[in-house]
Design a protein around this ligand. Structure first.
Ligand code: AP5
Length: 217
């Protein structure tokens, strides 16, 4: 399964990716996670990326595309992958097509998780993440068993720096202008699948499995 996971900030991509990854036994490649790891390690890439991410803007294409190309060429991607957060604009989508052609593979599906824009802000501002294993929780909707502690690895949960009210607005604007038009790009390729991203996490995952099991148009 070679899958693109699309959806606005806060749509639940990271939450669902954990389940999809386990179901298909394929790596979850999140450009956001790659940047956050570089920021944590204060690498030159991280320092540069931080200046964009903290403002809710996209990291420049020249950097992001190279990063994805390198990652998709690694051995664990031979059997498939989930690409989460890439591509985010038309140029990235066209470059991804070239990368995949060079690797001699094709996408099986582009899965869009659809959530009303009004719900997204609450989800983002209330999100808490595990800095160790990457699991995602919410202070109201998806509470960890012990407040502030990751259910999976026991690390202390944190709030992402770009999960503030001020940063949500530019992030949603960037999504609407640059990323949302890609849904049409993948619809034309005949691989777009859409699921409703509101409701119980488990039910959404069941709908995702169903959508992925359906034949492309
Ligand atoms: P990235 O990390 O990709 O963030 P994003 O796309 O903004 O998406 P999020 O991680 O915010 O949300 P999500 O959909 O994963 O939702 P989650 O499952 O956590 O990118 C961050 C930044 O990096 C970008 O802004 C950009 O600067 C840069 N970047 C990344 N890729 C780039 C690229 N290709 N080019 C250039 N720059 C790039 O869920 C959200 C919350 O809701 C959680 O609290 C969760 O518990 C809760 N929740 C989930 N599902 C449900 C549900 N069903 N019901 C109730 N609550 C739920």
């Amino acid at each position: 399964m070679r899958l693109l996971l699309m959806g606005a900030p806060g749509a639940g991509k990271g939450t669902q990716a954990v389940f999809i990854k386990n179901a298909y036994n394929i790596p979850h490649i999140s450009t956001g996670d790659m940047f956050r790891s570089a920021i944590k390690n204060a690498t030159p890439l991280g320092i540069m990326a931080k200046s964009y991410i903290d403002k809710g803007l996209l990291v420049p294409d020249s950097v992001t595309i190279g990063l994805v190309k390198e990652r998709l060429s690694e051995a664990d991607c031979i059997g498939g992958f989930i690409l989460d957060g890439f591509p985010r604009n038309l140029f990235q989508a066209e470059e991804l097509d070239k990368i995949l052609a060079e690797l001699g593979v094709k996408l099986d599906a582009c899965l869009n998780i659809d959530v009303d824009q009004k719900v997204l802000t609450d989800r983002i501002v209330g999100r808490r993440v595990c800095p160790k294993c990457g699991a995602s929780f919410h202070i109201e909707n998806l509470k960890p068993q012990v407040e502030g502690i990751c259910d999976y690895c026991g690390a202390e949960l944190i709030q992402r720096k770009d999960d503030t009210l001020e940063t949500v607005t530019p992030r949603l604007e960037v999504y609407n202008t640059s990323t949302a038009p890609l849904l049409d790009y993948y619809k034309k390729q005949g691989i777009l699948k859409c699921v409703d991203g509101e409701g119980e996490v488990e039910q959404i995952f069941a709908n995702i499995l169903k959508a992925l099991g359906e034949k492309n148009d």
